[in-house]
Design a binder for this molecule. Structure first.
Ligand code: 6PG
Length: 476
């Protein structure tokens, strides 16, 4: 065969990725379970490059040059396994299977083991940027072996987004590292979206501002440190007028946020690794709360607010406070997400370069943002940085906003505006910087009811107090 890369699974993401490969001059083999999608791709976009369409998996595999590079772009879970099972018997040693779907990373670890035992490379690859990114340049997070990356990497880098000429694609690490990092990307995406939603709600309720006016605020914010894709589209959405009612579009959307599961996976993994990703967790739970119809129906109009009317004396100062609270909370969410990457990297032996992750998220992906440059710089200053918040740049940036952050979280509480992500991020900030935490009391309680033992601040060793007896202390 002659095709340099193949794509099987030609729903919108696969179709656009295939077009992206072809547009970059790669001879691209294409295949879909129902051939109609393959034929329509070739008919509609054949002039964009060189496609080799096949109706059968066998012909598709035969059309590829060796080592074959096959991108699977189907639904995560069982559909991905089904395609792998059909594909693998047709492949030969050294061929590379790329799963570009939103796979759960434990599945990727399993598949990589299976395929490497058969002499094949399996590259679990995170791809972010939605439909448009797939076509015009996504952020790409490939896992797998260095050997696979050596031949595959240049192709993926070619089709990825570029920022200052630098591709938004790099080898993340072995095994499930790529899909893990994509998962955390999505968790951070949830936190970013929730923080933006809370900022919007505060501006709406605090100022009584219209969606249009708040859209203007977000457009303004998008010219500063907060500049990002999500802030930009928020301004667009808030400026959008509903054709049916003539009112603000945001007001006619049902307020129950859905999810496909990647945020939930991130939180589950945060619990497994014991990493406090509170911003991501609150964002995920906020979606669950919004969708909890029976609970909300039981509470609306029933649970008292006991709040005062909200009169904001200085509107400009308030808007600026919200901006600072948003930025500080965002730094916390990223700091936590990067902690999670570090913990998983240590746990699974992936050796992930966090600065490089921030670099490949600068373009193409949903969380692309100006401030990711700052994160890359922070990890360049100190590759082992234990806490992003403690990097001098971020410490100063948050210090500049911490008073505003407190005013906003306090005002939200006083006026009954739910800000779980703002508030929990501030609580994390205060927790992590506290010289002494009440965890000491928890340790004492654990020892009291379960003889779980404790350590002391003044003497080495582990101890137990005889709580039910004479309360003497013994070494445990
Ligand atoms: C991306 C997005 C993409 C998708 C999310 C949506 O990086 O391109 O994250 O993967 O939009 O899966 O997730 P929810 O449906 O869970 O909100």
């Amino acid at each position: 065969g002659t095709a340099e890369i193949g794509v099987t699974g030609l729903a919108v993401m696969g179709r656009n990725l295939a077009r992206n490969f072809a547009r970059h001059g790669f001879v691209t083999a294409v295949h879909n379970r129902s051939a109609a999608k393959m034929h329509s791709l070739v008919a509609d976009h054949g002039d964009e490059g060189t496609f080799i369409g096949s109706e059968s998996m066998a012909d598709f595999v035969a059309s590829l040059a060796r080592p074959r590079k096959v991108v699977i772009m189907v639904k995560a879970g069982a559909p991905t396994d089904a395609v792998i099972d059909e594909l693998v018997p047709l492949l030969e040693e050294g061929d590379i299977v790329i799963d570009a779907g939103n796979a759960h990373f434990p599945d990727t670890i399993r598949r990589e083991k299976d395929l490497s035992a058969r002499g094949l490379h399996f590259v679990g690859t995170g791809v972010s940027g939605g439909e448009e990114g797939a076509l015009l340049g996504p952020s790409i997070m490939p896992g797998g072996t260095t050997e696979a990356y050596a031949s595959l990497g240049p192709i993926l880098e070619a089709i990825s987004a570029k920022v200052d000429g630098v591709p938004c694609c790099t080898h993340v690490g072995p095994g499930g590292a790529g899909h893990f990092v994509k998962m955390v990307h999505n968790g951070i995406e949830y936190a970013d979206m929730q923080l933006i939603a809370e900022a919007y709600d505060l501006l709406r309720q605090g100022l009584g501002a219209s969606a249009q006016e708040i859209g203007d605020v977000f457009a303004e914010w998008n010219t500063g440190d907060l500049e990002s894709f999500l802030i930009e589209i928020t301004a667009d959405v808030l400026h959008h007028t509903d054709a049916r009612t003539g009112g603000a579009f945001v007001d006619v959307i049902a307020d129950a946020a859905e999810q496909k599961g990647t945020g939930r996976w991130t939180v589950q993994n945060g619990l497994d690794l014991g990493v406090p990703i509170t911003g991501i967790a609150e964002a995920t739970f906020a979606r669950a709360l919004s969708g909890g119809a029976p609970q909300r129906a039981a509470a609306v109009g029933t649970l008292p607010a006991d709040t005062q009317p909200w009169e904001v004396p200085d509107r400009d100062a308030f808007v600026d406070d919200v901006r600072k609270a948003l930025y500080a909370s965002k730094v916390v969410a990223y700091s936590q997400g990067f902690d999670q990457i570090a913990a998983a990297s240590a746990e699974y032996g992936w050796d992930i370069d966090r600065g490089a992750m921030a670099r490949i998220w600068r373009g193409g992906c949903i969380i692309r943002a100006r401030f990711l440059n700052r994160i890359t710089e922070a990890y360049e200053r100190d590759r082992g940085l234990p806490l992003l918040l403690a990097d001098p740049y971020f410490t100063a940036a948050v210090a500049d906003g911490v008073a505003a952050w407190r005013r906003i979280v306090a005002a939200a509480a006083l006026h009954g505006v739910p800000t779980p992500a703002f508030a929990s991020s501030l609580a994390y900030y205060d927790g992590v910087r506290a010289e002494r935490l009440p965890a000491a009391l928890i340790q004492a309680q654990r020892d009291f009811f379960g003889a779980h033992t404790y350590r002391r601040v003044d003497v080495e060793g582990t101890f137990h107090t005889d709580w039910s007896g004479d309360r003497s202390e013994q070494p445990a």
